[in-house]
Each structure stands twice: as structure tokens, then as C-alpha cells.
Ligand binder design. Structure first.
Ligand SMILES: *Cc1c(COP(=O)(O)O)cnc(C)c1O
Length: 353
């Protein structure tokens, strides 16, 4: 198996910058970003603020920093943040909410990473000195552990309305917001309308080597920039990276539809295979989650065996496996990945007969 044949479905972060993206980076106009003098960064920020329907934006090295800074701007130590129990900021940010903003998380049990206004209302309590002050509601569009599920516009609006009526701020983790836009046909600014802050990631399906843009009001962004600087996230000639992000906005957004079609195709091609439980109808974007039974070896053994055969996926629990489609995986690779999974499960079943 050559490196070229290996099919990496571990994450949409596995993309490598294309030759054209690298050329755009090499040609970028740059300046000192920390002094707001980088023309490429400034252009990207203006464009993202407009895209997200916000007054201003801040360039950041990563989405994790965008979430953590947003918590620190909206909250004070000891405050509580309400979000779905599956949220990225609970499970995958190194304890940042506690370590950096000093907040408590109050998880809400949603369905596929999505909770509704009623669940939020039930979680909101009257202010009392013995309880943490509830300050912020966070939604994740699309929901990662929810299987790439897209929050419906109406749910986003209702949740934001309940939050604001209770005096809480709202934040959208938009790591895959543009996947949601392409899948739903709803513009990014419309998804983000009720949210005081929102960010998009360039290192996921958009295929850039790094970068995230956090947007909100001018006052929010001024404070976010102060914290970015304090935490060492202010950069210098980062127009090199911003150029990759801008290239991605120009060339890699519409094509997310291909990733979604590939994800659905992969899910359909392994549905009904002995040992695998999957609902292809749940695949709305580029994330595919399925369960592997004991005959197929459970998630860890399944993932190890398939990796040896040339397709990498990730075990997300004892039975749960995640496969992610992206820019570097074409239709042929998806067919081959499906065939490898089917062949493996068929062999396992034969061996147990
Ligand atoms: C990847 C991801 C993040 C963090 O983004 P990085 O750019 O990898 O730091 C945050 N939230 C969600 C939902 C993600 O999938």
C-alpha cells in the first residue's frame, strides 16, 4: 500500500494545503498583524465579519482558542456556561473552560448534540447567591459528537431568544458552520443571527493549515483581541495563513457538498453489513458515526484492523466509530473504503459461523 492509496477518514483536519493554496500563501501581502497592519488578515476579517453578519472579527490560530476566548469575554470566574453535554468545549479542549475562563459547565441533554428552547428554559434558574451565575449559552453548528447534525434555523432562533430573555449571552461554535450552510442552504449570517459571538474554522473541511475567525460586536472583539494577546495568540506576518483562509473561502466552500455526498455514500455502502449499525439518513454533512458489534471486534479492534488494510477511522467509544470525509478523499477512495469495511465484516462473520 502506498501513501497515495491510504484513505484517511480520521478527521477533516487531515487535509493538506493544495498547490494553489500554497501559491496564494506564497504571494500574500503581509504586515505586523499584532499592530493590525497585515493587509491579508484585515481583508479576511472584513470578509468574515460580513459573512457572519457581525460588526467585527478577530483572527486566531485555532478554533479552540476562539471558544476559550469567547468564554473569557462573556463570563467571569465562577460563572456557568450552558451547552449540550456532547460539546467540544467539554470533551476536547483540555479543560480550558475551567483553567482559562474559570467557568463551570452546566450540560444540557440534547438529541444528536442539539437541545431545544424548552430544555434550555428548564435549565435556567433564578439568580441566587449560592448558585453559580448563569452567563452564557453555547451551541455547536454542526454538532461534532452529534454526528454532524445541523441545528435547524428555528431551533437556533428559539434558543437564542430564551437565552437573551433570561439575560444570558449566546455563542456559536461554528467549527463546521459552513458545512451547515451548504447542507441547509441557509446563509452563515442567518445561522448566527441570534448569537453574540460566532467563529468559523479554516483547518477543518476548508482545508487550510490553520486559522479561525471569531466575530461579534466591536466591543466584544476589542476585548477578545486583548485576551488573544494576553494568551500569546497575537501573531506577526500571519497574512501567510490568512491568504490560505481566503483561498479556502473562494474555492473550498461550495465543494463541501461533495464531502456531504461522499459521507452519505459511505454510510449507505456499509449499511446492512453484518456487525455494523448505522442510520445513513442521519448523515447530514461530512461526519459519519456508526456502531461496531462484538463480532466485528468492537470499535478499537475494528479501527486497528481497517487501518492495517488502508483506511483510517477513529474509535470514539467501546462500539462507536467515526469516519470523516474531506477535500483529500475522492469518490473512488470512498468506494474503496466501503469495500474494505464490507470485506472485513464479512470475513469476521465467516470466521464465527
Ligand atoms: C475542531 C473543533 C473545535 C476546535 O477547533 P481547532 O481549530 O481544532 O482548535 C471546536 N469545536 C468543534 C465542534 C470542533 O470540531
Amino acid at each position: 500500500m502506498t501513501a497515495v492509496d491510504f484513505i484517511d477518514l480520521a478527521s477533516d483536519t487531515k487535509t493538506r494545503p493544495t498547490a494553489a493554496m500554497r501559491a496564494a500563501m506564497a504571494a500574500a501581502d503581509v504586515g505586523d498583524e499584532r499592530a493590525h497592519e497585515d493587509p491579508s488578515v484585515n481583508r479576511l476579517l472584513a470578509r468574515c465579519a460580513a459573512l457572519l453578519g457581525k460588526e467585527a472579527a478577530v483572527f486566531l490560530p485555532s478554533g479552540t482558542m476562539a471558544n476559550e476566548i469567547a468564554l473569557a469575554v462573556h463570563c467571569r470566574p465562577g460563572d456557568a456556561v450552558l451547552c449540550d453535554a456532547t460539546s467540544h468545549l467539554i470533551g476536547f479542549e483540555g479543560g480550558g473552560p475551567a483553567a482559562l475562563a474559570g467557568v463551570m459547565i452546566e450540560p444540557i441533554g440534547g438529541r444528536r448534540g442539539i437541545f431545544d428552547a424548552q430544555a434550555l428554559r428548564a435549565a435556567i434558574r433564578a439568580d441566587a447567591p449560592y448558585a453559580p451565575r448563569q452567563r452564557l449559552v453555547v451551541v455547536e453548528q454542526t454538532s461534532n459528537l452529534g454526528g454532524g447534525a445541523v441545528w435547524p434555523r428555528a431551533t437556533l432562533d428559539d434558543v437564542a431568544a430564551v437565552a437573551h430573555a433570561a439575560g444570558l449571552a449566546t455563542h456559536m461554535d461554528g467549527a463546521r458552520l459552513l458545512n451547515a450552510c451548504v447542507a441547509s442552504g441557509v446563509a452563515a449570517a442567518d445561522h448566527a443571527r441570534g448569537y453574540d459571538s460566532v467563529w468559523i474554522d479554516f483547518s477543518k473541511g476548508l482545508g487550510a493549515p490553520g486559522g479561525a475567525v471569531l466575530a461579534g460586536s466591536r466591543a466584544f472583539c476589542d476585548e477578545a483581541f486583548r485576551i488573544k494577546l494576553r494568551w500569546g495568540g497575537a501573531m506577526r506576518q500571519s497574512g501567510i495563513i490568512a491568504a490560505a483562509c481566503e483561498y479556502a473561502l473562494d474555492h473550498h466552500v461550495e465543494r463541501l457538498a461533495e464531502d456531504h455526498a461522499h459521507a452519505r455514500r459511505f454510510a449507505e455502502s456499509v449499511a446492512g453489513v453484518p456487525g455494523i449499525a448505522i442510520a445513513p439518513g442521519d448523515v447530514e454533512t461530512n461526519l459519519v458515526y456508526f456502531d461496531v458489534d462484538a463480532v466485528a471486534g468492537g470499535a478499537a479492534a475494528f479501527v486497528a484492523a481497517l487501518q492495517a488494510r488502508g483506511v483510517r477511522m477513529v474509535a470514539m467509544g467501546p462500539a462507536r466509530v467515526r469516519a470523516v470525509t474531506h477535500l483529500d478523499v475522492d469518490a473512488g477512495a470512498i468506494e474503496r473504503a466501503g469495500a474494505l469495511v464490507r470485506a472485513f465484516c464479512e470475513e469476521k462473520r465467516q470466521n464465527t459461523l
